[in-house]
Ligand binder design. Structure first.
Ligand SMILES: Nc1nc2c(ncn2[C@@H]2O[C@H](COP(=O)(O)OP(=O)(O)O)[C@@H](O)[C@H]2O)c(=O)[nH]1
Ligand SMILES: [Mg+2]
Length: 288
């Protein structure tokens, strides 16, 4: 299943809700998700494989933005079901209508998910549901809250009906196609995004350069580099006397230890690489 929708409608949150653990990072900032990733949930009656994508938005500027949109659009071609998410609180914006237009003639099933219903009074949902029914006639529309889990069982039932019959594609204990190194990278990037403002979240990327397990000590040793584009951005990430970097590192470590279920030793560096968002080499390393 492809999860599509404008940035920030809750695609990654919904994927995490189905998988049961956080395999995709989530922040209040648009364009948090940069690459395609799978979340897998194996139930007695079905195996659900969700493809999380960077939001579909109008590409502007950098090669990274263009690649992100290409990734999102490409995913539509090779999935069985499309879950099209909209934000109940924001209502339908032009970006949603663009996507609805693209999905209108899709051959396979499209399920429209009206997310974040915990934020709106029930009567306020009606106009959105009516507008969607006009835009995408004869498609199922399911209001949910990915955050509280409200109506998720209904959505589950709807998507299971829409799925083709077939063999499970992944072992039942597999939750994602991301390597542990990439998950570590994303956990650090999530903290960079949460703890900085304005352009920094988008100017920064993280590469884990060392990932060493020491099972005898139940310890994971990580060395990660935060790349930014300008010296001024490096200064902001470091913070006064290195205080912000320290905070990023400490919080990331807590999340890393919870995810990997062992002690984590995390070393963080900040490097300036002018124009990394346009660097094919670095983008390739990031899977874009
Ligand atoms: N209140 C509420 N917030 C949500 C819900 N789903 C997602 N969010 C929030 O919306 C923001 C964007 O979510 P995210 O999953 O990163 O969106 P994505 O860009 O579509 O992947 C985050 O702050 C989430 O916590 C929901 O059902 N209710
Ligand atoms: Mg996302």
């Amino acid at each position: 299943m492809a999860l599509v929708g404008r940035p920030n409608v809750g695609k990654s949150t919904l994927l995490n809700t189905f998988v049961g653990v956080k395999v995709a990072i989530v922040t209040p900032k648009p364009q948090t998700t940069r690459t395609r990733l799978l979340g897998i949930s194996t139930l007695p009656q079905a195996q659900l494989i969700f493809v999380d994508t960077p939001g579909i938005h109008r590409p502007r500027g950098s090669l990274m933005n263009q690649r992100m949109v290409e990734v999102a659009v490409g995913v539509l071609q090779d999935t069985d079901v499309v879950l099209f998410l909209v934000d109940a609180q924001q209502g339908l914006l032009p970006g949603d209508r663009d996507i609805a237009q693209r999905l209108k003639d899709a051959r396979g099933p499209v399920v429209v998910v009206v997310n974040k219903i915990d934020l709106v009074a029930k009567p306020a949902l009606l106009p959105i549901l009516e507008q969607l029914a006009v835009l995408l006639p004869e498609r199922e529309i399911v209001p949910v809250s990915a955050r509280t889990g409200e109506n998720i069982p209904d959505l589950l039932a709807t998507i299971i009906t829409a799925l083709p019959v077939g063999e499970a594609l992944y072992p039942s204990d597999e939750l994602t196609d991301q390597s542990e190194r990439v998950i570590a990278q994303e956990i650090v990037r999530e903290q960079v995004m949460l703890q900085t403002q304005q352009e920094i979240p988008y100017a920064a990327t993280v590469l884990v350069e060392e990932f060493t397990e020491k099972p005898e000590k139940r310890l994971l040793v990580l060395r990660a580099v935060i790349y930014v584009e300008r010296p001024s951005q490096r200064a902001i990430i470091l913070g006064r006397g290195g205080s912000r970097l320290k905070e990023i590192g400490q919080t990331a470590r807590v999340h890393l230890e919870a995810f990997f279920d062992c002690k984590v030793y995390l070393e963080l560096f900040v490097k300036v690489t002018k124009g990394w968002t346009n660097s094919p080499v670095l983008l390739k390393e990031l899977g874009l």
